[in-house]
Ligand binder design. Structure first.
Ligand SMILES: N[C@@H](CCC(=O)N[C@@H](CS)C(=O)NCC(=O)O)C(=O)O
Length: 227
């Protein structure tokens, strides 16, 4: 059985989890503590310490750079999801770079503000140290102090996607594309603390978000998947 090794609030893990749910395949979720990557390190034979990674029998799948999408492409090929159709090659890369940088940057900061509520007590020291070493001392308090600005920033970052969804049910076409799952994962991180809602001004995004939440491959007409 496919196993997703993750922690639950990571935007990148939420992308892969939604893809797996969408596919309908049975899979196992293994949560690791944020500060302890021993399992990832061991499974990747000392080549990777990030999450998510995937274990599928003897195969272990992990990213090779920030923009590689190795895991999503593996799932796409194995489960025949048609999430990377040829006609969007290139455009999709531009979009996922933007989503995983600009949109992700606002989403994870807005979520991290509530870190004491969702990081288990035993992992809080490691979490705080990791964040402060990466983003500077007091970063979590600063993000909280600038919460309104970060919310405004996120709302602005989402405007292009609202425009796209005014034209069609999913971001690039009539059926979901990897880009839909990618954006969905970033927003799932933003929403996971329960302190936020989708920005009210983006009505098409709200409707898309509701559609994406429980979407299954079986709901997408199969003739469209191969057209
Ligand atoms: N581009 C990678 C990014 C993965 C990533 O940045 N994961 C974070 C957690 S959200 C991580 O494990 N970073 C390494 C670390 O925390 O040391 C992907 O799509 O999986």
């Amino acid at each position: 059985m496919i196993e997703l090794i993750q922690f639950s609030w990571s935007p990148f893990c939420l992308v892969q989890r939604r893809i797996l749910d969408y596919s309908g395949v049975r899979f196992k979720l293994t949560n690791i503590p944020n500060p302890d990557r021993t399992l990832v390190w061991r499974l990747t034979r000392q080549r990777y310490y990030g999450v998510p990674i995937l274990r599928d029998g003897r195969t272990v799948v992990f990213e090779t750079d920030d923009d590689s999408q190795v895991i999503a492409k593996y799932l796409d090929a194995k489960l025949q999801l048609d999430l990377f159709p040829k006609q969007f090659h290139g455009v999709d890369r531009v979009l996922w770079r933007f989503i995983e940088d600009q949109v992700e940057g606002a989403c994870f900061r807005l979520n991290d503000i509530y870190w004491r509520e969702f990081v288990p007590k035993v992992d809080q020291l490691g979490f705080l140290r990791h964040k402060e070493r990466k983003f500077g001392r007091g970063c979590l308090d600063q993000w909280r102090a600038h919460q309104a600005e970060w919310l405004e920033n996120l709302t602005k970052q989402l405007t292009p996607y609202e425009c796209m969804l005014a034209q069609r049910p999913f971001l690039l076409r009539a059926e979901p594309h990897f880009i839909d799952f990618d954006l969905w994962g970033m927003l799932a991180c933003f929403l996971q603390s329960g302190h936020y809602q989708m920005p009210a001004v983006h009505t098409c995004l709200q409707a898309w978000h509701r559609r994406m939440l429980h979407l299954k491959k079986a709901d997408v007409p199969s003739e469209k998947l191969h057209s």
